[in-house]
Design a protein around this ligand. Sequence first.
Ligand code: PMP
Length: 435
Amino acid sequence: VPLYSSFEAIYAQHCYIRVRDVFERPIGSCPGATVKLIDRVTNDFCWSFQFTGTQTEVINVGSYNYLGFAEPNGPCAESAAAIIQKYGLSMCGTIQENGNTQIQDNLEKLVANFIGSEEAICFSMGFATNSMNAPCLVDKNCLIVSDQYNHASLILGCRLSGASTKVFKHNDMKSLEKILRDAIAYGNPKTFRPYKKILIVVEGIYSMEGSLSNLPEIIALKKKYKCYLYLDEAHSIGAMGATGRGVVEYWGCNPKDVDIMMGTFTKSFGAAGGYIGGSKEIIAHLRKYSPTGFYSAPMSPPVVQQVIASMSIIMGRDGTRDGEKRIEKLSRNSRYFRRRLKQMGFILYGSDDSPVVPILLYFPTQCGLWGRELLKKKIGVVVVSFPATEMVEARARICLSASHSKEQLDYVLNAIDELGDFSRSKFSQKTHLYK
Ligand code: PMP
């Protein structure tokens, strides 16, 4: 059997080839409210591409640019570019051997202050922040209780830790409590001993569902069963809560009740990298044992500066109300867009306040149609299906931004309205043919 072969790989490859022309588009500009796509033509089966030498500007509802900080010439761009004069682009070595920049240290203090944790540590990649740090916290004598729809980086972290992992139904508190109750009552069925530690792992906003984790109830269960809580706010930090402090703020929870507050800089901050906030002891432990903090290079200096500048604006430290206005605009855009789609009769997943808007398309075959038809109307949208979703829950996933204007949103809404009719009629013709 070839090394790359598996059912999922074969299935995904076949599905993927059919819609490959709407995926992996080469990009020719910043991923702002609009983005330039480099034009290419495909052969009939989308096996190969040829570049035409032109670019098409589309309205971008695919990127996680929630607060609009990824816009070209945004308020952080100048200081990020200037920092290259001082530090260059890379430390050209690991933290252990070559040290860290003063600005990354400043960023860690700023992050702790922003999210309300005692201390924080930052890493150059969000994915590695999860996958490399979870194994520093739990081991084979521990239990991880993980939400069904947790991100791949969390799943990898759970696996690498060697801990027993049990999965609870997405955001279902009964399912979570049952697992916790059994774990306390019977302990580890392999060793007949109680688990050393139990870690509940959840996200703030689920990126394919648009749903918000039920944090107040999760915290209550964590306290009742004396567990630890790991919260990934990759999509919610900056985007949720009155002052952008994520789902912790949105639900009015106390940050001290979340043991591990994780997030990434790739979304609301228009940058890259990840952080973990927690108690002094936890952060000191990660500084010593986290392989990605120790054996890998620190964040690139202009990226650090981009995060410092955008986070300072969100916190109002620039002396303007820019940050506050961005958060308000994102929230207004999200509620408006969701309300209009519901009025049109689409089935949406997730919370009414969530800027991640999955529109249910049901069949994976609809993905190619939606991706291509919207591209024809100069709208760039992400379409997802199995294995990223359940088999018959394919969806178009819209990500809204504070930088989208009302005109842009109305244009996208009208296009989706027309496409909804078109895809419904195509589908009914097809079913008719097969009757
Ligand atoms: N956690 C979640 C919930 C994510 O959705 C992602 C990626 N979108 C990551 C972690 C990884 O972050 P990054 O892309 O910054 O590496």
